[in-house]
Design a protein around this ligand. Structure first.
Ligand code: PBG
Length: 311
């Protein structure tokens, strides 16, 4: 019986996701046992600045990947959203299980929906994408940055004068929060989800064939294919850019990948949005990115980067 050691951040969400994956693997009834090893990442230690300013990319995965290289752990369960679009050398995503709800959940103190908030109300989010999505619908609202895990943000929403916050529905559902706290699940057409939102990516060493064979059994081909399109898009527009980026793909009835993607300025005023349907997820992801970049998104990315460098 092989023992598989799984590295996990210690947040409630990370632990819940890790335990969920262990459950799926144990159900297979194969001769493996599983142990969780807690790992603290840089992203867990930074609590007082907006994530985008400290370079969000890979903030939650670096220490975990190091532990994999050092063979202190064999695999790790990441929120796909937190996993950089390029996996570090020697490591690979061994499985993408079935996606949870990809939508953003809008939670207001009064229970009002986004379009019904009073003029000038304050919405808390740590995501440039959510901030821009809100401003596209409601340019009169004010965005304030809010950090911390799900529990902290919900507490701050009540105690620190926010009218509403936005969280991933998947996180709330996974940790078992009562859905009645959600005032509105924002439709993916209105608030295009982050690339990979609601999905998990299980990372392991690419030479660990035994573990790869095991993980293949909990891979969901539909989620793997749709998130591949989203991540191919992200990979082409990325490059240390701290701008709102969204990408969400579904399968059509005839088994094609349908990808909607967006790049915008942080104030939501300049918007590049594309929709494409195609067979090959990576090809359509790249195609959409190149189209946007050539049609003006590149200028927005460069300008925001220059503004940040000047700070
Ligand atoms: N950025 C942190 C993060 N990473 C994954 C989730 C939620 C679960 C998911 O999107 O799969 C969250 C919290 C949030 O965005 O509210």
């Amino acid at each position: 019986m092989r023992k598989i050691v799984i590295g996990s951040r210690r947040s409630n969400l990370a632990m819940t996701q890790t335990r969920w994956v262990i459950d799926q693997l144990e159900k297979l009834g194969l001769p493996y046992e599983f142990e969780i090893k807690e790992i603290v990442t840089k992203g867990d230690q930074i609590l007082d600045v907006t994530l985008s300013k400290v370079g969000g990319k890979g903030l939650f995965v670096k220490e975990i990947e190091q532990a994999m290289y050092d063979k202190e752990i064999d695999m790790a369960v990441h929120s796909m959203k937190d996993l950089p679009s390029e996996i570090s050398p020697g490591l690979t995503v061994g499985a993408v299980p079935e996606r949870e709800d990809p939508r953003d959940a809008f939670i207001s103190n009064s229970g009002a929906k986004l379009m019904d908030l009073p003029e000038g109300a304050v919405v808390g989010t740590s995501s440039l994408r959510r901030g821009a999505m809100v401003l596209m619908q409601r340019p009169d609202l004010t965005i304030h940055w809010i950090r911390g895990n799900i529990e902290t943000r919900l507490r701050k929403c009540r105690e620190e004068g926010f009218d509403a916050i936005i969280l991933a529905a998947a996180g709330l559902k996974r940790v078992g929060w009562d859905e009645s706290i959600v005032s509105e699940f924002l439709a993916p057409e209105v608030s295009i989800p982050a690339v990979g939102q609601g999905a998990l990516g299980i990372e392991c060493r690419e030479d660990d064939q035994d573990l790869l064979d095991l993980l293949a059994k909990i891979n969901d081909p539909v989620t793997a294919r749709t998130t591949a399109a989203e991540r191919a898009f992200l990979n082409k527009v990325e490059g240390s850019c701290q701008v709102p980026i969204a990408g969400y793909a579904e399968l059509t009835e005839d088994n094609q990948v349908s990808l909607t993607a967006l790049v915008s300025s942080p104030d939501g005023k300049e918007v590049f949005k594309e929709h494409i349907v195609g067979e090959d997820p990576v090809a359509i992801g790249h195609h959409v990115a190149e189209k946007m970049l050539s049609e003006g998104a590149k200028e927005v990315l460069d300008r925001v980067k220059a503004e940040l460098d000047g700070q």
